[in-house]
Unconditional design. Sequence first.
Length: 206
Amino acid sequence: MLATSLAELSPFYERTTMVNVVVETSKGSSLKLKYDQDAQIFRAHKVLPVGFSFPFSFGFIPHTIAGDGDPLDALILSHYKMPPGTVVVGQIISVLEAEQKENGKPKQRNDRLIVTPWDMVADSPMLPEVSFDQTLKHAITDFFTKYNEAQGKEFRPLTFAPARRGIQLTREAIQEAKNKQATSNGNGMVAPRFQPGSSRDSKKKR
């Protein structure tokens, strides 16, 4: 049932610019899980370096491919722990644009959407809300920088871009996933690839 549901889950929630976030790792966890698309299960991926745990629940947007070749990541700003496998409707409030480099490989983009969970009953942001201020922004970039550094990776935060940029990157990641699927199907109909950082104009009904 879970596998079928995830396979059919759209990136955006209904006709809005909110996204469906599939939780992989819960807030406070030192064990990173990763969804295995082929086996359609969540696997224990790796243990975080000593002293590290995720400050917030962390997940991905289904049917997307980001700059690092994986689904687009999302950090869920909430006081609550979201269990792995939970689908959270998230309102994009920002995106941490960043570059990552490891083992002498060329640098690649590794952006993370910043979302607040949506209360489906109240039809409003889930309370209590987490204040996304400069102190928290610094803490988030510090976590990802040191977390990657402890694994021999270089993580360079570029900027916290506004919500509209996060929506644009989501659309580009959706198109990239469609391009990959088209190539896999062998039909040769591949749309132009948009690189993160492009000025492509995007409009969508909220």
